[in-house]
Write a protein that binds this ligand. Structure first.
Ligand SMILES: [Fe+2]
Ligand SMILES: [Fe+2]
Length: 324
C-alpha cells in the first residue's frame, strides 16, 4: 500500500501484510518524522494517501486539534519575525534580506554589500522591515493550490497588504505603522495552514461556492467550522506573535467584532485594497467583502483609495524587482 506523508509529501510503499487491518495506527514518517496516522478500521480499500485524509473529513475541534498538532512542521515563525539577530545568523534569510535591500524599492540597487551596511544606510526601522520580509518570504512564497494561488502570489498579496497597512497607519495613526506592516505581512498566515485541508475537501468547497452567494471565508467556516483567521490566531499563540498583531490577524475580515481595534481595521482596509489592485486574488479574491463602517472608522474617503492603490502596487513591484 502506498502512503504519502502529509507534511513532506514523500511516498512510501508498505507491504499490505504489515498493515494491521481494523486498527488505527500512527508512526513517524521516515523522512521528516511527522506523525502519519492511518485508520484502517474499514479495510485497505481507499485507505492510504495520508493519515489526515484517511481520518476522514473531520471538522471543528477534532480538525483544529489535528492541525495544531501538525503546526510544528511549519517553519518557526517567531524567530524569523521577532528575533533579528537569529535571522542574521541564518544564511538563507540573510541572503534574502540582502536581495530585498538591493531592490529598487530602497533606491540602492546593487549597492548594499552586507546586513550591517544595510543597517547603516537604511536605518534601524528599514532593517527591521527587511528582516520581517526576509524571514517570511520563503514561507509565504509557496504555492497554495487549495486557494488557487501560484508560487509567490500570497507573498505579493501579503507585501501589498503590509505596504497598504503602513500607508494607512502613517496617515491615521503613525504609532501603529510598524505593527501595521508586520500584521499586514502575516495576516493570511492561516491560509498556509488551511491550504492542504481545503485541497482535500475541494469538492465540498466547489459545491458550497456554486450553491451559495457567500464567499470563500463563509465556505471555510461552513465546511471546516473555523476560518483562516481563527486558526491563525491559535497558531500565533504558539508562535509567540505579539498580542496586538494576533488581534489584527484574528479580525482582519470582520474588524467590527474586534471591539474597535484600529490595527484590525487597518489590515482589513489594506487587504481589500490589495485585492482591488489584483494582488493575490486566488479563488476567493473577487468576493472580498469590505465591512461597511471600515472607511468611516479610519476616516478614509473614496478619493484616498486610488492613491493608496497606486502606491501599494508600485512598492510591491519595486521590492520584487518587477518591471511595470
Ligand atoms: Fe484573509
Ligand atoms: Fe488577505
Amino acid at each position: 500500500m502506498k502512503i504519502t506523508c502529509s507534511a513532506c509529501k514523500k511516498a512510501f510503499e508498505i507491504p499490505d501484510e504489515r498493515i494491521p487491518i481494523g486498527k488505527a495506527i500512527a508512526f513517524p514518517c521516515p523522512a521528516c518524522e511527522n506523525i502519519i496516522e492511518l485508520d484502517i478500521t474499514h479495510g485497505l480499500k481507499g485507505a492510504g494517501r495520508s493519515g489526515l485524509e484517511e481520518n476522514g473529513h473531520e471538522t471543528g475541534e477534532a480538525l483544529k486539534k489535528h492541525i495544531l498538532k501538525n503546526v510544528g512542521q511549519l517553519p518557526p515563525m517567531p524567530q524569523t519575525v521577532l528575533k533579528a539577530r537569529e535571522i542574521i545568523t541564518d544564511q538563507a534569510i540573510a541572503a534574502r534580506v540582502l536581495k530585498l535591500a538591493n531592490s529598487s524599492y530602497y533606491g540602492l540597487s546593487g549597492k548594499v554589500a552586507s546586513i550591517q551596511h544595510a543597517s547603516v544606510v537604511l536605518g534601524h526601522k528599514a532593517l527591521a522591515e527587511l528582516v520581517t520580509m526576509g524571514g517570511t518570504a520563503a514561507i509565504l512564497g509557496t504555492t497554495l493550490p487549495g486557494y488557487g494561488l501560484d508560487a509567490g502570489e500570497l507573498w505579493r498579496h501579503c507585501l501589498g497588504v503590509a505596504f497598504g497597512a503602513r500607508l494607512i497607519a502613517n496617515k491615521k495613526n503613525p504609532a501603529l505603522s510598524n505593527d501595521a506592516f508586520a500584521a499586514g505581512l502575516l495576516h493570511d498566515a492561516g491560509k498556509l495552514i488551511l491550504d492542504p485541508y481545503i485541497l482535500e475537501r475541494r469538492e465540498a468547497f466547489q459545491n458550497f461556492i456554486a450553491d451559495s452567494d457567500d464567499g470563500f471565508l463563509a465556505a471555510e467556516k461552513a465546511i471546516l467550522a473555523f476560518d483562516h483567521c481563527e486558526i491563525a490566531a491559535e497558531v500565533c499563540k504558539q508562535w509567540n506573535i505579539p498580542k496586538a498583531l494576533t488581534t489584527a490577524i484574528r479580525y482582519h475580515h470582520y474588524p467590527s467584532r474586534s471591539q474597535n481595534d484600529p490595527l484590525a481595521y487597518i489590515v482589513h482596509m489594506a487587504d481589500g485594497i490589495a485585492m482591488m489592485t489584483g494582488l493575490g486574488l486566488g479563488i476567493d479574491g473577487m468576493m472580498y467583502e469590505f465591512e461597511e463602517d471600515a472607511m468611516a472608522f479610519l476616516d478614509l474617503h473614496e478619493q484616498d483609495l486610488d492613491g493608496i492603490m497606486a502606491e501599494v502596487l508600485e512598492s510591491v513591484q519595486k521590492i520584487s524587482n518587477e518591471r511595470q
